[in-house]
Design a protein around this ligand. Structure first.
Ligand code: PLP
Length: 629
């Protein structure tokens, strides 16, 4: 538990069972409901669902929607706040239809709506956010078609709020609205001066990509009044960035935004909503800190700061409390899905030994290395390490100059790793380790080869060094004896994960178990439900993963069922995204085989088998299949 920090990042949704299997508790209302993830994996194996695969816990999604809405409701009640909460889920965080359907269904009782940031997202939102009481908030840059779709929504009775991101959009909106004879509901996005903290801090401030400056905001109000749309501005919007690590930026933004709201209200703008955007962070590494993959506040604290912050300003200036909108996406979806992938091998830096015994006429550099290895003891290991590094560098130069042979270099490598191993033995249990020597355990660590693609499944770990919790899904009552980083199966040396939750003082390696022959070892990569699920790319043409959607039974708190299996990409699918046709590919190969058959170089029976094999592969999974032998 300590090694993987499960209780710190999992919000109670995951825990380690007495037998060392990883468990899910997907519904906060039913803490006795536990699902054994290892059992799901076994069932998937039995039904032939290949790994890597995504497991989606729909109950977690529902639970998160409920908990956000209930917390807002409770804080609003406690604060005697006069406005209501109308949350919206930003589709971009996870556009999967099943996710959006589940969020909409769980949010129905709270009039929880959707947010869209592009035309395709709007088309989905229009078709799926059918509750007439909930909001559909429209962000992102817009063209005529976008506005027409939005006003279509309004015509069929939806509460659509069009948020203006740049001044010129207003002109198009006014023109289209007049043509269609619809009075739009408009939101104005403020750039705010206050800056968020964390990776997305440039989402606000004067240089922000989106939003109106204070000058533009006043001009927008005047322009709409001139055009006869004075009554249409109902919402003030801001978003200072995703994954706000420090609660102080939330407080500062609320303070500034509520002053903007108050000033606009006093200016005569008939506002009734304030939209605080997204930003509610996820504590991926469980450190409760302002590190980029963490945050120093709880959801409740975030909500309290929003509600009380707005109330204070409104009361002070005697204006009605607005309804509050928030657009949390990451916090709603991150926990509900995980990627399960199989470790298929170990890459050790020092696995093959070479005979290093003394030879006549041996080069002095090799003898020096042997002396270092032999003379090393608990008193001199730092000095010996310095010598080792320097002699190693000399051997590399000597080899380049033709002084040393390949055999000498093989000896050098072997002696080098032996010496590092010896030094490492001395470091174990030491209270103080000189900085220079701290890299040794990581140098000696293995790389576990995992059947998945970083670029498809954990894109942010590559792009922005996002830490995601990674845990073996069984053997957790057994002490891990290895430390390793993870490498994927793409042909890209960037396809690796070497940033983890801190464990035993290291963030570059993960404690893992020795691989046993004949026994599967799966790791779970958690909190992948926000952005990771949908932003992954097709590097090396590894496509989308197989997915299982898990529900728990209401009447049996120990049981679950796989409600749906969504098949991942097959080879034909991914090739077709790059304009290849399965038919033409298969035909080309068949033609060549036929030629070889006609030349007598391939037997006809073999020719048929090869043709069928190639064709069959087109409908197979893109990831590595388990070897049959
Ligand atoms: N709203 C807007 C305008 C955004 O740009 C974003 C993401 O950056 C979100 C909402 C969702 O933010 P988060 O996932 O941090 O909740």
């Amino acid at each position: 538990e300590k090694l993987y920090g499960v209780s710190r990042w999992s919000k109670g949704y995951f825990s380690i069972g007495a037998n060392g299997d990883l468990l899910a508790t997907p519904d906060h209302h039913q803490p006795s409901l536990t699902i054994n993830i290892q059992e799901i994996v076994e069932e998937m194996n039995e039904t032939g669902i290949q790994f890597p695969a995504v497991i989606r816990f729909h109950d977690i999604l529902r639970s998160q929607v409920e908990s956000l809405n209930l917390t807002f409701r409770n804080v609003i009640n406690d604060a005697d706040y006069q406005g209501q909460y109308f949350g919206v889920f930003p589709i971009k965080v996870n556009q999967m239809r099943e996710v959006v359907e589940e969020v909409v269904s769980a949010g129905k009782q709270f009039n929880y709506g959707l947010e869209a940031g592009s035309k395709p997202e709007l088309m989905a939102a229009l078709a799926y956010n059918t509750n007439k009481e909930s909001l559909t908030i429209l962000n992102g840059y817009k063209d005529e078609e976008y506005f027409k779709l939005a006003l279509l929504g309004q015509q069929i009775g939806r509460k659509i709020i069009i948020v203006i991101e740049k001044f010129n959009e207003l002109k198009t909106l006014v023109r289209i609205a007049k043509e269609m004879g619809v009075m739009p509901i408009v939101g104005l996005r403020s750039k705010l001066m206050v800056k968020g903290r964390g990776k997305w801090k440039n989402s606000s401030g004067e240089r922000a990509k989106f939003g109106l400056s204070y000058v533009e905001m006043l001009n927008a109000v005047d322009y709409l009044t001139e055009q006869g749309f004075a009554d249409s501005v109902k919402l003030l919007h801001f978003h200072i960035g995703s994954q706000l690590t420090d609660i102080r930026s939330v407080k500062d933004a609320i303070q500034e935004a509520s002053m903007v709201y108050m000033n606009l209200a006093k200016y005569g703008v008939p506002l009734s909503y304030i939209d605080v955007g997204g930003g509610l962070a996820v504590d991926y590494d469980g450190s409760q800190s302002t590190h980029n993959s963490s945050c120093n506040y709880s959801t409740e604290e975030y909500i309290v700061d929003i509600v009380y912050g707005i109330k204070q300003t409104c009361d002070l200036y005697d204006i009605p409390h607005p309804n509050i909108v928030s657009e949390s996406g990451r916090a709603i979806t991150a926990h509900h899905s995980c990627v399960i992938a199989k470790v298929i091998g170990e890459i050790k830096p020092n696995s093959t030994k070479f005979d290093t015994s003394i030879e006549q006429d041996e080069h002095i550099l090799i003898s020096n290395l042997r002396d270092i290895t032999q003379e090393l003891n608990c008193e001199n290991y730092q000095e010996m390490y310095n010598d080792l590094v320097s002699v190693k560098a000399q051997t590399v130069s000597a080899f380049s100059l033709g002084v040393l042979s390949l055999k000498d270099m093989a000896k050098m490598e072997s002696l080098y790793w032996q010496t590092l191993e010896k030094i490492n033995q001395h470091l174990i249990g030491e209270e103080f380790i000189p900085e220079q020597l701290m890299e040794i355990p990581a140098l000696l660590s293995s790389q576990y080869l995992v059947n998945f693609s970083v670029f498809q499944s954990t894109i942010d770990s590559w792009a922005i060094k996002q830490v995601l919790p990674i845990v073996p899904i069984n053997r957790l009552s057994e002490k891990p004896t290895k430390i390793a980083s993870l490498v994927d199966i793409t042909c890209d040396s960037d396809g690796k994960i070497d940033q983890f939750i801190e464990s035993n003082g290291s963030t570059n390696t993960l404690p893992l178990h020795q691989l046993n022959t004949g026994e599967d070892y799966h790791v779970g990569i958690f909190l992948t439900g926000a952005y990771q699920d949908v932003m992954g790319d097709m590097h090396n043409l590894f496509g989308r993963l197989n997915e299982v959607h898990i529900y728990s039974y209401d009447d049996d708190p120990k049981d679950y069922y796989i409600e749906e299996v969504v098949h991942g990409s097959n080879m034909g699918d991914v090739l077709s995204t790059m304009q290849y046709s399965s038919e033409i590919l298969a035909n080309n190969i068949k033609k060549e085989i036929d030629v070889k058959v006609s030349q007598g170089l391939i037997k006809p029976r073999m020719g048929v088998q090869l043709t069928d094999f190639y064709e069959g592969c087109l409908s197979n999974y893109t990831y590595l299949a388990d070897d049959k032998h």
